[in-house]
Design a binder for this molecule. Structure first.
Ligand SMILES: Cc1ncc(COP(=O)(O)O)c(C=O)c1O
Length: 441
């Protein structure tokens, strides 16, 4: 087999099919036999695929890259840490508190914190602590929110197959097989920004509600956002009912503002989860919040257990320390927001030129693009947008060298390195991609 064969996407996928189900290491990386992407290298805001085609990337690994791929300032700190100290010892190090103190400086909602290795694990930890603290079972989640791949959180409204004019709620279905019906026993689902649905669930089962878990800006649903009034209503409802408010900032944390979504809304959670932008691509996550709640983690009677072999390893924590220090001390996030705003302006010119009605949702650092006349207020509204046109447009962008998820439920992620991008090229590429999409429809 020649080298050129080895590096072709099709050959790699064929080989991968013999090694992994669907030929991928994560099911969401499978985009079909013709479109599944194999990457050779990453740098700044660009990807180079197995066939040496370059892309400007707005997917950014589903959000973690906040500075840029292979950011030397972060990478050098990690190399120093693992060279001078090591990767993992199963004991405490001084770095543990250094990183927590950095987070506390940026996020006044955090008094105490614990680390995890993924967003899923951070959510699991926060939910367990909430249940331990309240001695209650039920968790309320919002339609369109995503909180990781563990059984209880793998129930979603089947909006794809839902008739929006039916007047009924979408059916709640598991993500797939292997998820026992019992995992849903303590889960309640409500639509975002619907005060009546909130009141109804608390009236029905309020005395057993441990927590509401919410992404106030839904990073897995086109950045559709809570209204400020709804966030305050959630805070007040939890306080009145003795339930906890868990804000899942796995996507928004250290991205939409230094203090995350809570800095934007001025509403503080009892517990918060972080991951992604916290480490600019290194696998680090955390959950934390009120000291009295977090102190439920103890070995006493009624205490909550938390731990994990790889928790607070030196690779993750040195990356978090370097990334958070940069986000704190430089104007990286201001750059991210400025570039994100410029990109929305240029996309808006493209859509207007082609007569495509459009609305943006969410903040400049992770904005959703929706084809329709209104900004969706919840997942059910998303169904009214022309997501099919978006998907065709997105596939054309990919063909022309702009990488993004071909599904309008995934926002456009911006990193600091996008400031080096050629905006005129992006506008021309978007113009061509929309022209082709409309010609095909
Ligand atoms: C809001 C939110 N919570 C939790 C998760 C799960 O994180 P992970 O994929 O690191 O387990 C994600 C992943 O995209 C997420 O966006």
């Amino acid at each position: 087999m020649t080298d050129s064969h080895k590096t072709s996407r099709a050959t790699l996928l064929e080989q991968a099919h013999t090694n992994m189900p669907m030929g991928v290491a994560d099911s969401y990386r499978y985009w079909g036999e013709d479109n599944t992407v194999f990457v050779k290298s990453m740098e700044g805001c660009t990807l180079t695929d197995a066939d040496d085609k370059q892309y400007v990337d707005f997917r950014l690994a589903y959000g973690p890259i906040i500075l840029g791929y292979r950011d030397n300032r972060v990478d050098q700190e990690v190399i120093k840490a693992i060279t001078n100290t090591g990767t993992l010892c199963g004991f405490s190090t001084a770095l543990d508190s250094e990183v927590v103190e950095l987070v506390k400086e940026l996020c006044p909602n955090i008094e105490k914190m614990r680390f995890a290795n993924s967003g899923t694990e951070a959510v699991l930890g926060a939910v367990r602590v909430a249940r331990g603290f309240t001695s209650r079972n039920k968790i309320v989640v919002v339609e369109g929110g995503f909180h990781g791949l563990y059984d209880e959180m793998m129930w979603k409204p089947d909006v794809d197959n839902w008739d929006a004019s039916s007047g009924t709620a979408p059916e709640i279905k598991p993500f797939g097989a292997g998820i026992p019906e019992s995992s849903r026993e303590h889960l309640e689902t409500i639509a975002l920004n619907d005060a009546d649905a909130l009141a109804d669930v608390f009236a029905r089962v309020g005395d057993d509600i441990a927590a509401i878990v919410i992404e106030p800006i839904m990073g897995n649903c086109g950045s559709i956002a809570s209204t400020p009034a709804y966030m305050q209503l959630l805070r007040d409802t939890c306080d009145k009912n003795g339930s906890l408010l868990i804000i899942d900032e796995v996507k928004t944390g250290f991205r939409v503002a230094r203090g995350g979504v809570q800095a934007l809304y001025g509403v503080h959670a009892d517990l918060t989860t972080y991951a992604k932008a916290m480490g600019n691509g290194y696998p680090v996550a955390a959950f934390g919040g009120r000291a009295d709640v977090m102190d439920m983690i103890n070995f006493g009677d009624g205490g909550v257990t938390h731990g994990g072999t790889y928790t607070a390893n030196m690779i993750a924590l040195s990356a978090a320390k370097a990334t958070l220090t940069l986000l704190k001390d430089t104007d990286a996030l201001a750059t991210v927001s400025r570039v994100g705003a410029e990109i929305q302006q240029l996309l808006s010119r493209v859509f207007t030129h082609h007569g495509v009605e459009h609305r943006f949702a969410g903040p400049d650092s992770m904005f959703g693009v929706h084809f329709g006349s209104d900004v969706p207020q919840n997942y059910r509204d998303w169904k009214k947008t022309n997501s099919d046109l978006y998907t065709v447009f997105a596939h054309n962008l990919i063909k022309h060298g702009v990488m993004l998820e071909p599904d309008s439920r995934e926002p456009w992620f911006i990193c600091e390195a996008h400031q080096t991008m050629d905006m005129a090229w992006l506008e021309a590429t978007a113009m061509l991609s929309m022209k082709e999409a409309l010609a095909a429809s």
